[in-house]
Structures are given as structure tokens and as C-alpha cells.
Ligand binder design. Structure first.
Ligand code: DX5
Ligand code: ZN
Length: 211
């Protein structure tokens, strides 16, 4: 299983050192919140750009914004390799996907828990990845929503070669459900950064195969 540790659960007083603890990861997941699309504010492109020289991990930037299109250029400049945004956002999806692709990054669409898999169908040939929220977006440390695995299965059935990422509440127990459903990439914030030994927790999560 590929793991994308979420910086949201890291110790913000020493982000540089925190990033070094997860150098064995597959991606670094960066949660961007605007206080409108979700009831929380995290950090912006300045922080992402500051972290960019500290690691060679691909940056997986998750935009929880009403208006992702406006901010795509800033996150491309900050060093994003993959930019995901919500199908429920207020900007035109085709234009936002094009802006990401024209900037040389991969693009993905994210589904909130209440949004059905079908919301992705119009965009299947235009996206590199689909991300299924397994918690309500906005905060780390919430409980994994197991019914979301049905959504993962539906997406994998419709588009077997599309990468599927799951985000929220993933730990050494719930990751088994993700592996069984066919998830390719798991985001883990609390499960990695709040573990006693982040390096070990990361390796443990990575050891889960996709069945
Ligand atoms: C929630 C974020 C998640 C979050 C995951 O809005 O999108 O990426 O940081 O954190 P954990 O693993 O603690 O649920
Ligand atoms: Zn996220």
C-alpha cells in the first residue's frame, strides 16, 4: 500500500524535522482549508513552498476550498506534484482540471462522504486519481467511515485503472478495509505522526498489500 502521511497531524513547531521522519513515505499529503468549504483553516502555499526543498517526496496537495481554481497557480509554484480538489466546489471542474494539467501536475477529484461515486463519471477520462473521503473533511483524528469502501469498489468497478486514494481515519486496523476494497494510496495523519514511532508506523501501514 502506498502511504501519504498528512502534515496536518505533525508538530507544527518543527515541521522540518517532522518531514524527515516520513522520508520513506510514497507522497506527502498537504491539507489546504479555507474556512468556507470546511469549518477550519490550515496553512497555505507559503508553508508548502517552505517544505519543498526539504524532501524529494511527491507533494499531494488536497484543496478543501470553495474556489480551487483561483489557487491552483500558487500551489503549482509551491511545488505540488498532484493537486486534488472537491467535486462539490464552486468552480468549473473542467477548467480547474485543465489549469492543473497545463501546469504540469497530476489532477484528482475528491468526494465528500455524502457524494455518490456517480459524481465522478463525467470526469473519468480527465482525472489521474479519485480520492474518497473516509471522514468529513476539515479535521484530523476522526473515525473511519467503513461504508465509504462501497464507493471505492464502485469506482474500481467502473474505472479499474484509475488510482483511488482514501483520506481520513486510516490506521493499522482500518487500512485492512482499504486494502480489501482496492484502495491504492492511503492518507494517514494521526496514524503516522501521532504514533510512538512514526517511521515504524509508516512501514507497518505500507506493508499492507492490495487484495
Ligand atoms: C481531513 C484531511 C485529512 C486528515 C487525515 O480534512 O483531509 O487528510 O488530515 O487525518 P487523520 O489520518 O488523522 O484522519
Ligand atoms: Zn486530506
Amino acid at each position: 500500500m502506498q502511504i501519504a502521511p498528512s502534515v496536518l497531524a505533525a508538530d507544527f513547531t518543527k515541521l522540518g524535522q517532522e518531514i524527515q521522519r516520513v522520508s520513506g513515505a510514497d507522497y506527502l499529503h498537504l491539507d489546504i482549508m479555507d474556512g468556507h468549504f470546511v469549518p477550519n483553516i490550515s496553512y497555505g502555499p507559503g508553508v508548502v513552498a517552505a517544505l519543498r526543498p526539504l524532501t524529494s517526496l511527491p507533494f499531494d496537495v488536497h484543496l478543501m476550498l470553495d474556489h480551487p481554481l483561483e489557487y491552483v497557480p500558487a500551489f503549482l509554484k509551491a511545488g505540488a506534484d498532484l493537486i486534488t480538489f472537491h467535486v462539490e466546489c464552486k468552480d468549473p471542474i473542467d477548467e480547474t482540471l485543465a489549469a492543473i494539467h497545463n501546469g504540469g501536475a497530476k489532477a484528482g477529484l475528491v468526494l465528500k462522504p455524502a457524494t455518490p461515486a456517480e459524481a465522478l463519471w463525467p470526469w473519468l477520462d480527465k482525472i489521474d486519481l479519485a480520492m474518497v473521503m473516509t471522514v468529513e473533511p476539515g479535521f484530523g483524528g476522526q473515525s473511519f467511515m467503513e461504508p465509504m469502501m462501497d464507493k471505492v469498489r464502485e469506482i474500481k468497478k467502473k474505472a479499474p485503472s484509475l488510482l483511488v486514494e482514501a483520506d481520513g481515519g486510516i490506521n493499522d486496523t482500518t487500512i485492512q478495509l482499504c486494502a480489501e476494497a482496492g484502495v491504492d494510496i492511503c492518507v494517514a495523519g494521526t496514524g503516522v505522526f501521532r504514533a510512538e514511532n512514526a517511521e515504524e508506523a509508516l512501514k507497518q501501514l505500507q506493508s499492507w498489500g492490495n487484495d
